[in-house]
Structure formats: structure tokens, C-alpha cells
Design a protein around this ligand. Structure first.
Ligand code: CUK
Ligand code: CUA
Length: 619
């Protein structure tokens, strides 16, 4: 039936709030399009041929054109896909422990996770890659932890997490984005409002709760300042010229229940004038809370009452969710979520007008549940419609010329399956999007894949957007484990990952065959050993019950792809060792007995023989 391809699902909480007439309209359009889709036999052969024209096949042995970095939501990780094949090439653990990469098992990564709060999970939403001059420079990716208010950095030389900051004074860091053109600040957008500091005061006085925008130095990963705001925030994006940062927000009502949070007709887009905020910090006009300078950017702050406020509050309908800046840097476009429109903010005007709302220059009517917007670099915007289960393509300049609320700027809609959140077009977050591929990250897959029990995969759909005459083409379904939110897509030749480790890049001591040694002093045993096909530096390592044991292990191979690991199962250890990599692990040998240590990567025909004994003598 027509409605099966739509998300007209009466359990959908968004649906309950859409005005009745909008529902009717959406329903009618859905019915019409669904009926058409159900009659494929009526399409002539030409239509069918053009629908399969786009070739996204990448033959065996060939490489993709793009890397896509998808967040993994509350799996805590990042996934790396090749586009257009949509093959998952790698997973990068970030806030989660992961045994196959030894992440959270060796001393360095477990200390990093411990120092970042010691949580065992996180909720990654927005992976953004570092840029130089508004183009990807291949150095780092940054991603937020919405759950525990953290920000992590991934080193793209090794595709591994190398720093995490646990951001003080905030709970739930949602939007994550950089100040461009040169990624000189990373912003974490505070979502949940809490007392400041959250030390037991004002427990049940929500009017005293606050949320903050946090600015993080991308090199040191220190929080350098925060701005206190009214209402909470949601997503964010940076302007292209080093000045503005935009965040959406719901709950301008500052309420604590769902119905109160969505009661008012408008919420804020906040525009942060970041150099002005830095001046305020330099002038010492802040309060230090938990070691961070906190600037008051609330509406009634004295810093906001002149003609040049540090934070502009724009009234945008209704619980705006996504916000993204156009590739030319001229507009910030925010989506209404509970309103069928998107709001176009003219960034240059923002600095000129007395009333910030006068910088709103367009409000096209797009459809039900608009969430996020991506760009092709040809003047088009692509917005996900969560409730309608569609992607709508529209013309940005036409939307500025049209009357507010007009549907005229809409060029085309395509059904997606189902309930899309983010979508990402190739290099959409740079000044020069590629305009060919778009991935739509759908929250529900319903009937698209073989059933696997009550937990369904999500569906990341590949859409070709490179042909404005032929229109958008849905090319591929890709099941995804819970749950991608956002992604960044970068041309493959802009990244230059290492194929083996460079020992100069880490602090652990490189252990060659000659260095292999056991050092014992006062209840401490330091085992230094190399590993190579098909053995560890020692056949046996003997320690005393109660000894504190450190293994420093190097994989001395120089052949790419020749990984080993050191697994000591009964001590819950598995450290992975890529070629030329050294890792350390420390534990207390508190159980006497014989423990086989083995290599967990299938490294050669004698891989199973690559094992040694840990002998723990009773005290
Ligand atoms: S959010 Cu998840 S679909 Cu974190 Cu950008 Cu909109
Ligand atoms: Cu080394 Cu298996």
C-alpha cells in the first residue's frame, strides 16, 4: 500500500504535534507518490534504464573515490566507509573499549579513557575533519560524546583516537564543529541544562540551570573558554571566515518536560561572534568555574545589550534541529524539526542589522520534520524530512527570492527508507563540495533487510546527486549497526595514512630482538619483548604471585598488514601490535598458575603456535 513506504507511523512523537492541515497535505502527497511507485509496470523501459544508470560498483581489488567517516552513536565508535561502494573498511573505537584494536586494553589508551572520566561508553554524533583554508587537510577528525560531554580527536595518520577531553561544566555535548577556515577552535555544543557548577545546588530549580558552548584548542584539546546561554542547544556549525559559530536549540522554554519544552512557537538559533568572545576573555570579563573562563552570553547579559552582542539570539520556528553553513559561507540554514520550513540566515547581514531577526532572509516550506541540510556546491540544498521519509532538493537563492513559507524553491523530493536524520554530501562541509554522492542516514530500516530479531539495523542509503536534469537517484541500501548520526565525506587522495607505525610517534620504548629482556626489582617485573612471525621474545615468563608486571611489546615486522597481538585472557588483556608498533600493559599477577599468552591475529601458517607461557609462582 502507498503508506508502507512512508513513515506515517502513529507512534511517531513528532507526528502528534504537526498541525492537522500539514498532516493532511503530507498524507495526500505521500499517497500520490506511493501510488506511482507501486505501479512500476506502468513505467516504460526508458525510465527503468535511467533509474539504474548510475554505477556505484567498485570492482574487486579497486579502491573507492571517497572516505566517509560515520559516527556510531551509542556504540561509541566511528566507522570508515568507502564511497560509492559503501563497504565498511574500518571501525575506530573512540569512547568504547574494543579488543580487536586493543583499545582500552594497553596502558596508554586505558589511561586516556580513565582520565576522560572512566566511562565505558559514549555517544558519537558528529565527526568533522580538520580543514586548512576551508578544505580537508587530512590531519584529524573530531567527534563529540553526547552522553558524557566529551570531545575526542582521531589522528588520521593512524586512524586512531589520540586525545579525549572531558569538558567541565556541561552535560551532554551535542553539536561538534570547528571554527573555519583553519580549524583553530573546536566547539562542543552543550545540550542538557544543569546547575553551574553542578554540585548539589539548585537541584529542583530548573530556571537556574544553564548550558554552555565550549571552545576547545584543537592541538592541546584544552577547553579554553565557555559561553553561558539561555535555553539549551542542539546542533552547530561554523562559518567559513573565522568569525561566526551557529547553534540551534530547542527548549527556549527552559522546561524539564517534553510538552513544556515544545510549547512555544519559536526557539533560538544562536550566533556566536567568536572574536568578540575572545576579546571579552582577554579582558578578563568572565567567571572561572572548574578552571575554565565562563563568559555570560545570556540574553540579558551586559555583554549582549549594545549594538554588537557577543551572542545573537534569532527566533526560529519551532525547535530547530540541524544548522549548516552554505559552502560559500553566505548563509546558515536551520531546520524547523516541528515546523515544515527551514530558516535561511544571511551571515553578512547579521553584523549589520539592529534586530538579529532581520538577518533571516528566507523560509522555504520543505515538508514534514526537516532535520539536516547538505550542499552540492551548485546552489542546491538537500534537506532530510524525518516525518515524510524523504530528501528534498531545493534552490537556495530561489528560496531567498520567494515569499516566506513558499514551496516554490523545492525542486524535487525522493523517498528514503525510512525516517532520515542526517545526510551528508561529498565534502559538503568544505567550501567546495563535490556534488556527486550523498549518503542519507535513515533511522529505521523496517522491511529493507532480512529480519534479525527485534533490534533492526539502520539504513544508510547512497543517493546520486550529480545530474540536475535526471534528478536524484537512490542507488544503494546499506545496513548500519546502531547508530550513525552524522558523517563527513572526503576525497580519498586528501588523506595519507601510514601503512606501518613510526616509533618516533609514540613514547613507548621500541623493543628489538636485542633489547628483549626481563628486569626485576622489588615486586615489579618489566618484561621487554619483541614479537615477530611466529614467536614472542620469550617462551616463558616467570613471575611471583603479587608481582606488578609490565609487558612492553614491539611488533618488529616491517611488512604492512602483519599484525600480532599479546593476549593474556585470564588477565583480561589483548593488546594489538601493528608493524613497528609498541604497546605496554601493566597488571598484577594475583593468581598463581600457568597462563598461555597468545597472538590473536591470524598472522601465518604457524599463528596458532605463536604463544608463550606466563608462569605465576605461588607466593
Ligand atoms: S543529531 Cu542525530 S539525527 Cu546529533 Cu546532528 Cu540530528
Ligand atoms: Cu602473530 Cu598470530
Amino acid at each position: 500500500t502507498p503508506t508502507e513506504s512512508k513513515s506515517s507511523d502513529d507512534r511517531d512523537p513528532l507526528f502528534a504535534r504537526i498541525p492537522r492541515r500539514d498532516f493532511m497535505k503530507a498524507g495526500a502527497a505521500a499517497g500520490a507518490m506511493g501510488a506511482f511507485a507501486g505501479c512500476t509496470s506502468l513505467l516504460d523501459d526508458d525510465d527503468l534504464a535511467s533509474a539504474s544508470d548510475v554505477d556505484a560498483t567498485v570492482p574487486p581489488g579497486e579502491h573507492d573515490d571517497y572516505y566517509a567517516f560515520l559516527s556510531g552513536g551509542h556504540s561509541g565508535e566511528i566507522r570508515v566507509y568507502g564511497v560509492p561502494s559503501m563497504r565498511q573498511i574500518m571501525r575506530i573505537p573512540v569512547f568504547n573499549k574494543e579488543s580487536a584494536r586493543g583499545y582500552g586494553h594497553d596502558d596508554r589508551t586505558s589511561e586516556m579513557l580513565e582520565n576522560a572520566g572512566g566511562y565505558t561508553w559514549g555517544d558519537t554524533h558528529h565527526p568533522r575533519l580538520s580543514q586548512t583554508n576551508n578544505d580537508y587537510d587530512g590531519r584529524f577528525a573530531y567527534v563529540n560524546d553526547k552522553a558524557n560531554g566529551r570531545m575526542a580527536r582521531i589522528d588520521l595518520k593512524y586512524f586512531e583516537t589520540d586525545a579525549i577531553v572531558d569538558i567541565p561544566n556541561t552535560q551532554g555535548v551535542h553539536g561538534a564543529c570547528a571554527r573555519l577556515p583553519d580549524t583553530d577552535l573546536i566547539f562542543g555544543v552543550g545540550e542538557f541544562r544543569v546547575p553551574m557548577p553542578n554540585d548539589g545546588r539548585d537541584l529542583d530549580d530548573p530556571s537556574a540551570y544553564t548550558s554552555v558552548l565550549s571552545a576547545i584548542d584543537p592541538e592541546t584539546m584544552d577547553v579554553v573558554w565557555q559561553v553561558l546561554v539561555d535555553g539549551n542547544m542542539d546542533n552547530g556549525d561554523g562559518g567559513k571566515d573565522g568569525r561566526w559559530f551557529f547553534s540551534t536549540g530547542y527548549n527556549s522554554e527552559e522546561a524539564v518536560t517534553e510538552s513544556e519544552m515544545s510549547s512555544s512557537e519559536t526557539d533560538y538559533v544562536k550566533a556566536f561572534d567568536t572574536p568578540a568572545i575572545e576579546e571579552v576573555v582577554d579582558a578578563g570579563e568572565y567567571e572561572e568555574v572548574n578552571g575554565v573562563p565562563v563568559v555570560d552570553g545570556r540574553k540579558d547579559s551586559s555583554l549582549n545589550d549594545g549594538s554588537d552582542p557577543i551572542v545573537h539570539y534569532l527566533d526560529v520556528p519551532k525547535s530547530p534541529h540541524g544548522v549548516s553553513v552554505t559552502p560559500d559561507g553566505e548563509y546558515a540554514i536551520a531546520s524547523g524539526k516541528l515546523d515544515p520550513t527551514a530558516t535561511i540566515i544571511d551571515i553578512e547581514r547579521l553584523a549589520e542589522v539592529d534586530d538579529s531577526n532581520d538577518a533571516i532572509v528566507g523560509q522555504p516550506r520543505l515538508g514534514m520534520g526537516p532535520l539536516h541540510t547538505a550542499y552540492d556546491g551548485r546552489g542546491h540544498a538537500y534537506t532530510t524530512l524525518f516525518v515524510d521519509s524523504q530528501v528534498v532538493k531545493w534552490d537556495i537563492e530561489a528560496a531567498i527570492e520567494a515569499e516566506m513559507g513558499s514551496e516554490d524553491p523545492v525542486i524535487e523530493k525522493i523517498d528514503v527508507h525510512y525516517n532520515p536524520g542526517h545526510l551528508i554530501a561529498a565534502e559538503s562541509y568544505t567550501a567546495d563540495p563535490q556534488g556527486d554522492w550523498l549518503i542519507c542516514l535513515n533511522k529505521l530500516s523496517k522491511d529493507r533487510f532480512l529480519p534479525v530479531g527485534p533490534v533492526y539495523p539502520e539504513n544508510d542509503q547512497l543517493i546520486y546527486i550529480g545530474d540536475d536534469d535526471e534528478g536524484m537517484k537512490l542507488v544503494k541500501d546499506t545496513p548500519a549497526y546502531a547508530e550513525p548520526h552524522d558523517a563527513s565525506m572526503v576525497k580519498a587522495d586528501k588523506l595519507d595514512p601510514a601503512s606501518i607505525y613510526d616509533p618516533d610517534d609514540y613514547e613507548e620504548e621500541f623493543i628489538s630482538a636485542q633489547d628483549t629482556d626481563i628486569i626485576r626489582e622489588d615486586g615489579r617485573v618489566h618484561v621487554k619483548m619483541h614479537s615477530v612471525r611466529n614467536q614472542f621474545g620469550f617462551h616463558d615468563v616467570t613471575v611471583q604471585e603479587g608481582d606488578e608486571v609490565t609487558f612492553t611489546v614491539t611488533n618488529v615486522e616491517e611488512t604492512p598488514d602483519m599484525l600480532h597481538s599479546l593476549a593474556i585472557p585470564q588477565y583480561d588483556i589483548n593488546i594489538k601490535l601493528a608493524p613497528q608498533e609498541t604497546r605496554e600493559v601493566t597488571f598484577t599477577a594475583d593468581e598463581p598458575g600457568v597462563y598461555w599468552m597468545y597472538c590473536a591475529f591470524f598472522c601465518s601458517a604457524l599463528h596458532l603456535e605463536m604463544r608463550s607461557r606466563l608462569l605465576v609462582e605461588p607466593a
